[in-house]
Design a protein around this ligand. Sequence first.
Ligand code: ADP
Ligand code: MG
Length: 213
Amino acid sequence: MLVLDRTFFINSFEKMAELAEVQRNHWSKLDSDIGDGDHGINMTIGFRDVTKKLDAMRESDEDISELLRSVGMSLMSKVGGASGPLYGSFFMRAANDYKGQMEVTFPEFCQIIKNGVDQIVKIGKAQHGDKTMLDAFLPGLEVLFDQDLENEPIKAFEAFVARMKQGSDETIPLIAKKGRAMRLGERAIGFRDPGSESSWMLMNIYLEELKKI
Ligand code: ADP
Ligand code: MG
């Protein structure tokens, strides 16, 4: 069974921070179409704080839940926009059930992601089809938990990320029912939701790190 250790998580956080820098303008451009144009800025503000913590994380003996909580705290406390508390609680809530573990199995990792998404739903109160990051996460999770998590982890996570990417595409023709884009009404039609794009790309970082194990 595939087991994920602290290094997997810390390396993933490092790559997520790099991704945010590279995608900063793209994510903000998407947000300028239907929001206030700061999604990329918000993500780099949060992940730059994560970057500052990476060395200390590597030297610490923090368990998986403490590492995830630390990332969540950065996103939640440093980011002004809606995505800060949402992604912040995604990471923070994620590992609550795995306290004291220095590694998690792949099925436990998938459950961590599911718990995080449940928290986004609880806080943001959006549903599938509301033109938010949940339009990527929710159908993605359905596909993920249909897979053989114990025997084919990479295939399972590839299917998860592919469905999330498709879910992001599916936000384009929608009217927004949550977030800033809601105010645009029909004028939001034809534009991708920025959070749906950043969310599949962040999960794709986990996929890339899984493939290296
Ligand atoms: P803000 O909207 O405050 O400027 P960002 O631009 O950083 O924050 O993030 C916007 C993204 O947050 C949206 O594209 C959407 O995916 C996500 N979002 C906004 N509100 C919600 C919600 N209630 N539930 C889930 N996701 C949401
Ligand atoms: Mg914004």
